[in-house]
Design a binder for this molecule. Structure first.
Ligand code: NAD
Length: 350
């Protein structure tokens, strides 16, 4: 397995590997860039087939966090960690304590948050061994209600603000009567559906779990379609809120929406798909810009702040997207490329 030569290594500052024989922990922390501040990113636990797969995932994700933090105007860098193992079978308290030791060993260069397979409760355990676990002192949500440390409500609100800004830019209209197709009704997608419904949008939804769609059908009058059809339905906005790479060579021609704006990380299978969307006249809200509500939430929980400050910061996502769309149009460039350029201007001081 190569590391420095890895095609995802790409400017990383620090990559650390850790093994704790007593608990069975095998983990990698990747710190992509700390020019703007300490790196922050989730810890993902996943049954990776091998360490090469785990390394590729952590490198790709940590780099994405640098761009996300820069575009969200946060004094933070990008990092991520992965634990190799099945969270339902292999996770233990001893393993979470060992992960706390690992995070602590980087001396604050990496702040650990939750991700797939790792809960706020797991972070509480890690915090017995590290000062750099986030989400454990969560005080409030962006709307002033108490927080349990889960950033998904803030992510969903930020995506809602971003969909509103994208629709205003593309159609010069509000969300009233606009049809949004949501792929995935999990922690973020379901809350996004709720915001959109309240704003008068019509919903088409899909999820691989029938319970999630049944609830949206009942509560929001959403139309339900099969998971493999949602990207291709007649609608104004396609909101990918499930896994990554939903815009790829086999889906892109079938997309009928004029706006793609959703929560999922790494929506474009490859950067070229951003240009392909532009060529089809589809406005694309870069994923790491529109889904930054969660990381903004985590930041405000760590500093002296108020719910009002957090809400305003999240609402800034709409302004940032409008700036990206305007610059992309004036330069004749895809929105994902413009977002990358602005982020690099910020964290590399280009
Ligand atoms: P989640 O696991 O709660 O929800 C994902 C949902 O998608 C699940 O209900 C799942 O059943 C469904 N799904 C999976 N495959 C599907 C498919 N092929 N078609 C339709 N539905 C499918 O995750 P989440 O926290 O809601 O996050 C959703 C996305 O947003 C992920 O890509 C995540 O990385 C990204 N994201 C989440 C946050 C956050 O704060 N939770 C922050 C930034 C980005």
């Amino acid at each position: 397995m190569s590391v420095f030569e890895h095609n995802a290594f790409d400017g990383h500052e620090h990559v650390a590997f850790y093994q704790d024989n007593a608990s069975g922990l095998k983990a990698i922390i990747a710190v992509h860039n700390t020019n703007l501040g300490p790196s922050l990113g989730g810890c993902r636990m996943w049954p990776y087939a091998n360490s090469e797969e785990a390394l590729k995932d952590v490198l790709r994700l940590s780099k994405g966090m640098t761009y996300k933090a820069a575009m969200a105007n946060l004094p933070q860098g990008g990092g991520k960690s992965v634990i190799i193992g099945d969270p339902r079978k292999d996770k233990s308290e001893a393993m979470m304590l060992a992960m706390g030791d690992f995070v602590q060993s980087l001396g604050g260069k990496y702040i650990c948050a939750e991700d797939s397979g790792i809960s706020v409760e797991n972070l509480h355990v890690m915090s017995q061994r590290t000062d750099f676990a986030s989400g454990i002192n969560a005080k409030f949500r962006y709307d002033g209600s108490p927080s349990d440390g889960n950033p998904a409500p803030s992510t969903a609100y930020g995506v809602f603000v971003g969909v509103k800004a994208s629709v205003a830019h593309k159609f010069n209209s509000s969300l009233e009567g606009v049809t949004v197709a949501i792929q995935g009704l999990g922690h973020v997608g379901f809350r996004l559906a709720e915001h959109l419904h309240k704003a008068g949008a019509k919903l088409i939804v899909a999820d691989i779990y029938p319970d999630n769609v049944a609830k949206a059908e009942q509560e929001f009058g959403a139309k339900v379609v099969a998971a493999d059809e949602i990207h291709a339905v007649e609608c104004d906005v396609f909101a990918p809120c499930a896994m990554g790479a939903s815009i790829n060579d086999s889906t892109i021609d079938a997309i009928k929406a004029k706006v793609v704006a959703g929560a999922a990380n790494n929506q474009l299978a490859e950067e070229k798909h951003g240009e392909m969307l532009r060529a089809k006249g589809i406005l694309y809200a870069p994923d790491y810009v529109i889904n930054a509500g969660g990381v903004i939430d985590i930041y405000h929980q760590r500093i002296e702040s108020t719910a009002e400050d957090m809400r305003k910061h999240i609402e800034g996502i709409g302004t940032t997207l409008s700036e990206i769309f305007t610059r992309a149009e004036s330069e004749g460039t895809a929105a994902n490329i413009v977002a990358n350029t602005i982020a690099e201007e910020r964290f590399l001081g280009k």
